[in-house]
Write a protein that binds this ligand. Structure first.
Ligand code: ZN
Length: 432
């Protein structure tokens, strides 16, 4: 296969320019200007498009096993491919939770038979995500986990979290933390403030997040190990992460597209489709997230793709489960909200979607180097489109972005040298 006439951007090497890419045997075989077409070579025109390493999302929920009516590894991987993602890391809060080597092995067997992109899983920090008993980190790593997280059930016990960081660090994998002090959550997980007051709901203050971020930074400092903080939403947390990095503490952090593009006012028009954990915050916090992304405090853009059924989301703001789907809108939101306004350069934005997340999780991905796996995303940075949730490849529809006009659209996604998504259609052989 030969990808011709695209603007190639490889954030890992900083290389960019009008270049062609040759793919052979699933790997990048050559990259250069005006590569001659060889016999029997399939040519893909990337004219007017950017050619990037395939996107890497290190925070998704594919609900498999246990909640496959919301998503499974097949549908989740199709949504990912449509969004330009060639690799994704699934969190462990399935049913059962991914807490044993056997469940990890079963995950990879299911991924191999059903998924059209590269999937990885983290293991849970504690058995059943119950926050009591650590899992066998070494055995989980042996089975293939790429990190450890209890995600939305944050580990409250600081001694246990300290042990988790020490063990994960000794194995060379990140301890991944969702920060939210449960004792500070109000009636529901929406931001404490004017919007919550107007709705008559006792919300969740930003300090619920900040206290946990402070603790986990201190534990990372004390243990000397790497902690990765998921979906940061608070200005104070961002300031603490910035200061920690300046001190050389091994902390990395991510931001979601919803936290850089929406405020809690979205609850007023989108209801429970704007309810997630941590919650949408005020304009000042959104500005802090954008600033954190711009100055590198927030390393990664991750979607926290969290599918739920319409029935579950219709149970009202207090009862509805937290989370929204994000894979199919991530590029458009990144381009529209961060690149076009000049908050990030194209190369900076792509680094946060490719080389940096791959490095944090220790994945051999996110690069266009010759010899690397041919995982490639081609997108049109000036294509304008309207978000139509009914057309999503995800099984779920819980997005607050329906009807939104975005700029930047994925044209083709290539995984291991195989075209899996092209011009709005999944073209990989259906494995489901
Ligand atoms: Zn999550």
């Amino acid at each position: 296969m030969l990808i011709q006439n695209g603007l190639v951007m490889d954030p890992g090497s900083g290389r960019q320019g009008k270049l062609d890419i040759r793919i052979r045997d699933g790997k990048i075989a050559a990259i250069g200007a005006n590569l001659p077409v060889q016999a029997a070579e399939k040519v893909i025109s990337a004219a007017n498009c950017i050619v990037s390493p395939g996107f890497v999302d290190i925070h998704v929920h594919f609900r498999d096993p246990g909640f496959t009516h919301k998503e499974d590894l097949a549908s989740g991987s199709r949504a990912a491919a449509a969004g330009g993602f060639t690799s994704a890391v699934c969190l462990a809060n399935t049913k059962p939770a991914i807490h044993s080597p056997k469940l990890v092995e079963e995950f990879y067997a299911r991924a191999a038979s059903k998924a059209i992109i590269n999937l990885y899983t983290v293991g849970s920090v504690t058995r059943d995500l119950a926050g009591q008993e650590l899992t066998d980190f070494a055995a989980l790593k042996e089975a293939g986990v790429v990190g450890y997280s209890d995600d939305g059930n944050p580990v409250e016990d600081s001694a246990l979290m300290r042990q988790a960081m020490e063990k994960a660090g000794a194995l060379g994998l990140p301890a991944i933390t969702h920060c939210g002090q449960l004792s500070l959550v109000g009636d529901t997980i929406i931001n404490e403030g004017k919007v919550a007051e107007g709705l008559g709901i006792r919300g969740m203050p930003t300090i619920a997040e900040d206290i946990h971020v402070a603790r986990d930074i201190l534990l990372a400092k004390q243990t000397g190990q790497h902690v990765h903080i998921q979906h940061v939403s608070s200005a104070t947390s961002i300031a603490m992460i910035r200061a920690a990095k300046a001190q050389g503490i091994k902390v990395t952090a991510e931001a979601t597209p919803h936290h850089f593009s929406l405020t809690d006012e979205a609850l007023l028009t989108q209801g429970a489709n704007a309810k997630m954990n941590p919650p949408l915050r005020t304009r000042a916090h959104v500005a802090a997230v954008c600033q954190g992304l711009a100055d590198g405090t927030l390393d990664v853009i991750a979607t926290d793709h969290a599918p739920h059924t319409p029935e579950e989301k219709a149970t009202g703001l207090i009862e509805a489960p937290c989370g929204i789907i994000g894979l199919e809108t991530a590029l458009g939101l990144t381009w529209t909200e961060l690149v076009l306004p000049g908050i990030l350069t194209p190369l900076q934005a792509l680094a946060k979607l490719t080389s940096i997340p791959a490095a944090i999780m220790g994945l051999d991905k996110g690069t266009l180097a010759v010899g690397a796996d041919a995982d490639i995303t081609i997108f049109d940075p000036s294509a304008q489109w309207e978000v139509q949730p009914e057309k999503f490849f995800s099984k779920s529809r819980n997005t607050p972005f329906g009807g939104r006009q975005l700029t930047g659209k994925v044209v083709a996604t290539i995984v291991g040298g195989n075209l899996v998504f092209e011009k709005g259609k999944i073209v990989a052989a259906c494995k489901d």
